[in-house]
Design a protein around this ligand. Structure first.
Ligand code: ADP
Ligand code: MG
Length: 379
């Protein structure tokens, strides 16, 4: 990737810039917990966005996307937003830095990545974090703190890309640390690193390559259920609810709201249980919690689909330690924790059985937990 980018940069701009990288992310456990004030537990992965960047002394940004073979040029004022959606991520990052009183001047850039697009590994956050970190280094003496860099990425999605996302993806891409996951408290925004070295196991994502978009946004409906139950309990979010509290109002709420809230309360506790298990090196408990999350997302929260349930069943049959839906649901990936000796059989079986039933193989993304956004080590 480095050589490809260096070559394209030299050809296009006749000089040499500085290389920066930022990763995509996965989430071990803690799903649909962010908007309920709970915990998420992501880590950065070894799939990256890489950009070569050099200030050009003008007030224009000139940027070439190798993967899309597309070029964009734009100014730095609000009215200068580029047409191409990929370039809006970069424009947005520039604008959000400027809005916060930071400095951005014209620059030339070439970038490429290997985070699969739209697979739920957050290629967009990798892109935002890569540029946010780079522009902080090149123009701001790294004076913008890392949490603000994550917020700059998040605001870019909100204000320039029409995606109303939480902070997890950008947070993980900025703060990622090799062999560690980060438990982020979505209420206080405090976080803690936990060692994640699953010796004897591999972590692998299976992408179902399906996406079932439903007309009436199921995401909003889930949020509304959670908000209704919290209100009924007289608390701000389900973060402060327990199963005892929920059971006490069971007859006053709909069965649907009850099961939605049940999942959220149990999931919050599962994240904490997984953290304890990791500290103890107990990967069997980690795996069991992952299966419980899948079951909860499928049966109680009802955001799974046939294909993801099938991948989960195959994992169980193959003796995989832990497996669950990753992300919002209705398609996308499962995340799987597999013992080394079972790995090859699991992948072969999953590909074969899934193809027999759905006509295509799932995509396979092995994952190594890696560092967050940074200047590239070997310039
Ligand atoms: P994801 O779940 O991967 O973040 P999104 O739809 O949020 O999916 O973001 C994908 C978008 O990010 C792409 O449509 C493109 O605009 C931009 N993007 C991601 N990776 C690349 C890349 N390698 N080159 C150019 N643009 C990219
Ligand atoms: Mg995205």
């Amino acid at each position: 990737m480095k050589e490809k980018i260096n070559k394209a940069f030299a050809e296009r701009f006749n000089s040499k810039g500085t290389l920066y990288v930022a990763p995509g992310r996965f989430n071990l456990i803690g799903e649909h917990t962010d908007y309920n004030g709970g915990f998420v537990f992501p880590g950065a992965i070894d799939k990256l966005m890489m950009a070569e960047i050099l200030p050009n002394g003008t007030d224009k940004v000139r940027v070439y996307s190798i993967d899309l073979n597309d070029y964009a040029e734009f100014g730095l004022n609000e009215a200068d937003a580029p047409e191409q959606s990929w370039a809006r991520y970069i424009f947005g990052v520039c604008r959000e830095i400027l809005k916060r009183g930071g400095k951005v001047e014209g620059f030339d850039a070439v970038f490429a990545g290997n985070v699969p697009l739209g697979a739920g590994l957050s290629s967009s956050a990798a892109l935002e974090s890569c540029f946010a970190n780079a522009l902080n280094d090149l123009f701001n003496n790294n004076s913008i703190d890392k949490f603000e860099l994550a917020r700059i990425g998040q605001s870019t999605e909100h204000n320039y890309c029409g995606v109303n996302c939480g902070i997890m993806d950008q947070f993980a891409s900025v703060f990622g640390k090799k062999d560690h996951l980060m438990r982020l408290d979505c209420r206080s925004m405090e976080f803690e690193y936990f060692p994640f070295k699953p010796v004897g196991h591999k972590l692998v994502l299976l992408d179902s390559v399906v996406k079932h978009e439903l007309a009436d946004s199921p995401y909003n409906k889930r949020r509304q259920s959670c908000e209704r139950v919290a209100k009924r309990l007289g608390i701000e979010t389900l973060r402060d609810a327990t199963m005892e509290m929920l059971d006490a109002i069971k007859t006053d709420i709909t069965a649907e709201d009850y099961f939605r809230a049940k999942f959220v309360i149990e999931e919050k506790d599962r994240v904490l249980a997984v953290c304890d298990a990791l500290v103890a090196g107990d990967y069997d408990t980690v795996g069991r919690c992952m299966y419980e999350t899948h079951k909860g997302l499928s049966k109680d929260y009802e955001v799974s689909c046939e294909e993801l349930d099938y991948l989960n069943d195959i994992a169980k049959e193959c003796g995989v330690t832990g497996s669950r839906i990753m992300g919002g649901g209705f398609g996308g990936c499962t995340v799987n924790l597999v013992k080394d000796e079972l790995y090859d059989n699991f992948i072969t079986t999953a590909k074969k059985k899934f193809k027999e039933r759905y006509g295509h193989e799932p995509k396979v993304y092995p994952v190594i937990v890696s560092d967050g956004a940074r200047k590239f080590e070997n310039q």
